[in-house]
Design a protein around this ligand. Structure first.
Ligand code: R5P
Length: 301
C-alpha cells in the first residue's frame, strides 16, 4: 500500500511537521495563492493520482479558511486522490448546537455537512461537545475526537504546586473532572450566565478549599477571554494566589491573551491553535488517530 500524502494548509506547517515526524507518510507541498481581490487558488505540487491525501488545517477563525480548504479537497479528488482526510486540531462551529433564539441558524450542522461532503474522514481534538454527545450526530463521515485531558493533567501535575482546579461553567465540568482525577487535584465548577458575545456573569462562590493552593482555571476554549477574565476577577476578590489559566484551544479574539496575562495569570494552551502560549503538544494524539483511520478507510475502499 502506498504511503499517504500529508499536506499543510497555510499556517499549519508546524503541526504538519510534527505529524510527519510520527507518521509513515510522504509530505507534499500545497500552495494557496491569494489574488489581489482575496480569491484563493490552491495548487498541489505532487501527482495525486491514486494517493490518499491528508490535509492539516486548524479551524480557528474559520471563515477565511473554509473556502480554500474545501477547494483543496475538491481539487485533490479531481486530480485523482482516492481518499481525502482532514486533520483539524481545532474544530470550529461546534458551540451553536441548537437554536438558542427564534430564527437562528444551527451552524454546527451546516458546517458538519460541508466538511462531510468534502472529506472521507476527520480527526480533531476535544470538539465542544455539549448538547451533542458525539460528532457522529452531525458528521456523516468517520470523525474521531481525541481527548487532550491526560496531557493537560500531566502538564499541571508537573508544573503547578498544589493545584486546585476551577471550571468556570457547567460546560467545562467534563474536562475539569477528568483532569482533576488525572493530576490528583481538588476541583470546583462555577455557574456562568452568558449575557452577550463579550459579557458573562459568574456566580461568586466562597471557596475555602482554595486556601494555600494554586488556582488552575480550566476551559476547553478561550475566545473573547471574558469567561477566564471574570473568573480571575472573582478569585482575586477572594485573595487567591496568582492563577494558571489552561485551555485546550486558545482562539483569543481581540487581545484576550494580553488581558488574561495582565491579570497576573500564567496562560497555557495546547497547540491545536498556534500561539506563543502553546505548552502542551497534542500531535501524538492526532498521529495515533490518523494512522488508525487512514488504514481502516484504505482497507474499506
Ligand atoms: C463555553 O461554551 C466554552 O466552554 C467556553 O467557556 C467559552 O467558549 C469561552 O468563551 P469566552 O472566552 O468568549 O468567554
Amino acid at each position: 500500500m502506498t504511503r499517504p500524502l500529508l499536506l499543510a494548509m497555510p499556517g499549519n506547517d508546524a503541526m504538519a511537521a510534527k505529524l510527519a515526524g510520527q507518521l509513515d507518510t510522504d509530505v507534499g507541498t500545497l500552495e494557496c495563492h491569494i489574488f489581489p481581490d482575496g480569491e484563493t487558488l490552491p495548487r498541489f505540487a505532487e501527482d495525486l493520482v491514486g494517493r490518499r491525501v491528508i490535509l492539516v488545517c486548524t479551524l480557528a477563525r474559520p471563515n477565511d479558511k473554509i473556502l480554500p480548504l474545501l477547494f483543496a479537497a475538491a481539487a485533490a479528488r479531481e486530480l485523482g486522490a482516492t481518499q481525502v482526510g482532514l486533520v483539524a486540531p481545532y474544530l470550529s462551529y461546534m458551540r451553536q448546537d441548537r437554536r438558542f433564539h427564534p430564527g437562528e441558524a444551527i451552524t454546527s450542522r451546516y458546517f458538519a455537512a460541508l466538511l462531510s461532503r468534502a472529506f472521507d474522514w476527520l480527526v480533531t481534538i476535544d470538539p465542544h461537545l455539549h448538547r451533542y454527545k458525539s460528532l457522529s450526530e452531525i458528521y456523516a463521515v468517520p470523525a474521531v475526537a481525541e481527548r487532550a485531558e491526560p496531557l493537560l493533567g500531566d502538564w499541571i501535575a508537573r508544573n503547578v504546586k498544589d493545584p486546585f482546579l476551577i471550571g468556570p461553567d457547567e460546560e467545562s465540568r467534563q474536562w475539569v473532572e477528568l483532569v482533576a482525577r488525572i493530576c490528583g487535584a481538588e476541583y470546583a465548577v462555577m455557574t456562568k450566565q452568558r449575557l452577550g458575545d463579550r459579557a458573562v456573569r459568574i456566580v461568586p462562590e466562597q471557596m475555602n478549599r482554595l486556601a494555600g493552593k494554586t488556582p488552575v482555571l480550566l476551559d476547553d476554549i478561550i475566545s473573547s477571554g471574558k469567561t477566564m477574565l471574570e473568573t480571575l476577577r472573582l478569585l482575586k476578590l477572594q485573595g487567591a494566589k496568582a492563577a494558571v489559566a489552561v485551555a485546550i484551544h486558545g482562539v483569543f479574539a481581540d487581545d484576550a491573551d494580553e488581558l488574561i496575562r495582565a491579570c497576573g495569570a500564567t496562560l497555557v494552551t495546547s497547540n491545536t491553535v498556534p500561539h506563543p502560549t502553546n505548552a502542551i503538544d497534542v500531535s501524538r494524539l492526532l498521529a495515533r488517530a490518523i494512522t488508525a483511520l487512514d488504514q481502516k478507510m484504505a482497507f474499506e475502499h
